[in-house]
Design a binder for this molecule. Structure first.
Ligand code: IPE
Ligand code: IPE
Ligand code: MG
Length: 261
């Protein structure tokens, strides 16, 4: 993806002691970064606040992550915002999150226009409240012509449900005679996932220190590099993003082969 180097340098001007833009090889930034945004509740609890305040603060961190991704010239940023298991939370928290998704999306549309960001969603949107679904559709419609970075928001997303859904679609197509069983290969399955057309993530970031996937992108993360930071999501800054990219660039990705250089 094209990047504006002058804007990037300005964005990363006031560097802390341990990291700066020069630490990054700009010719090798990951194409697709994915983030499990975790720790909003603990961020709030540590301050004696209601968990909902953590979710509200998390919106600022997400805006910064989108801007950072655009500045670095990523092709795609995807983020886990609500899992199929998150319905188990208290109704009040679920309602707040659904409301926050809708209001945030409306508020951030000017940013998507300004930065030419194309929006997409991962997950089953049918189960969402009507208002949230309407706003999501508006976001899709208004950014459909954008040619810059793709921003994928995973809402009511669960990887097992996603894979089961793809398998069901394939079974239906085979039963209808429009798909031959011998054509059911990895591409056939991948093209029926919510992420169809997106490259697999190169780098997965999880905040708040948890070492698990929580039903996120089980198929797509097969060869993704992981970066876990103890930082709670609302505190995750452009500098933390840079630390993750520097760590990613120090890895040797072998994809099952051997190192050749
Ligand atoms: C992540 O923060 C946001 C969502 C899952 C919606 P949490 O709400 O999971 O925060 P913790 O993990 O309880 O601290
Ligand atoms: C994963 O976080 C889901 C999102 C970040 C949206 P959770 O907080 O729901 O994950 P667990 O329950 O700790 O595994
Ligand atoms: Mg959590």
């Amino acid at each position: 993806m094209q990047r504006d180097e002058a804007k990037l340098r300005e964005y990363y001007a006031a560097a802390p002691a341990d990291i700066c833009l020069a630490d990054v090889d700009l010719d090798r930034v990951p194409s697709h970064v994915s983030i499990i945004m975790d720790g909003n509740g603990r961020w709030a609890q540590a301050r004696g606040l209601d968990r909902s305040r953590g979710h509200v603060a998390g919106v600022d961190a997400l805006r910064e992550a989108v801007t950072t991704s655009v500045r670095l010239g990523l092709d795609a940023l995807s983020v886990y915002a609500f899992s199929t298991e998150n319905w188990r939370r208290p109704q009040r928290e679920v309602d707040l999150l659904m409301h926050l998704f809708a209001t945030t999306l409306v508020n951030e549309l000017p940013l998507f226009h300004q930065e030419n960001v194309r929006l997409r969603f991962l997950g089953d949107l049918d189960a969402l409240p009507e208002k949230t679904r309407q706003v999501f559709q508006r976001g899709l419609d208004e950014t459909a012509d954008h040619t810059g970075m793709t921003f994928a928001l995973a809402v009511n997303y669960g990887s097992r449900a996603e894979i089961a859904r793809a398998a069901r679609q394939i079974a239906q197509e085979v039963a209808a005679g429009s798909l031959d069983p011998s054509d059911v290969d990895e591409d056939a399955l991948a093209s029926r996932l919510y992420t169809a057309g997106l490259p697999d993530p190169d780098l997965l970031i999880r905040t708040s220190g948890e070492l698990r996937l929580s039903n996120y992108l089980l198929w797509q993360l097969a060869y993704t590099e992981f970066y876990v930071t103890p930082t709670f999501w609302p505190d995750f800054s452009r500098w933390d993003f840079l630390r993750a990219v520097v760590s990613y660039q120090s890895r040797s990705r072998r994809f099952g082969g051997v190192v050749t250089s």
